[in-house]
Write a protein that binds this ligand. Sequence first.
Ligand code: CTP
Ligand code: ZN
Length: 168
Amino acid sequence: MCSSDLSCSCDGGYIMQKDIRVRKISRGTVIDHISAGQALNVLKILGITKEHPKTTLTVAINVPSKRIGVKDIVKVEGLELRGEDIDKISLIAPEATINIVRDYKVIEKKKVEIPEKIEGMVKCANPNCITNFEIVKTKFIVEKKHPISIMCLHCERVMMEKDIVRQF
Ligand code: CTP
Ligand code: ZN
């Protein structure tokens, strides 16, 4: 089966478009349309580090995109992303699309959505916030989506994207 991304003169599953190499995956999740520069933070959110690589990954950074100008892409093989991980990704990559792939086909595609309330997902950046010294679940409301700004319901600390990224 040809597994190239573009109209194909097949070279064994790889295709070259200018200087970008992308290969389709057989099973897993493709996180597409990630805001440019956020791919490594997406890996951080997924708990994928040098010490815990977990699985085969493809990371593409600064790929031209018709929809958002420039984008990053992360392909995680053998893992179907769900729930909280997707919500966390929405905070730093609000345009991202989650594609679940089985047998080389996209069987599910959904755009991430910033939740109205963010509970137990992000640490509060205020060191004096009660959530940082007692077992109290963090709760934020979303004040603004673009650019993201969230407010802690315990201490009213407002956190912007760069503050949120630091907490993951
Ligand atoms: N993809 C992949 N492996 C597969 C199938 C798809 O890596 N077996 C990748 C594609 O390269 C693309 C993304 O998953 O980056 C979404 O695939 P698809 O829905 O086929 O592409 P588009 O129609 O271009 O997606 P969209 O409309 O969301 O831009
Ligand atoms: Zn707080």
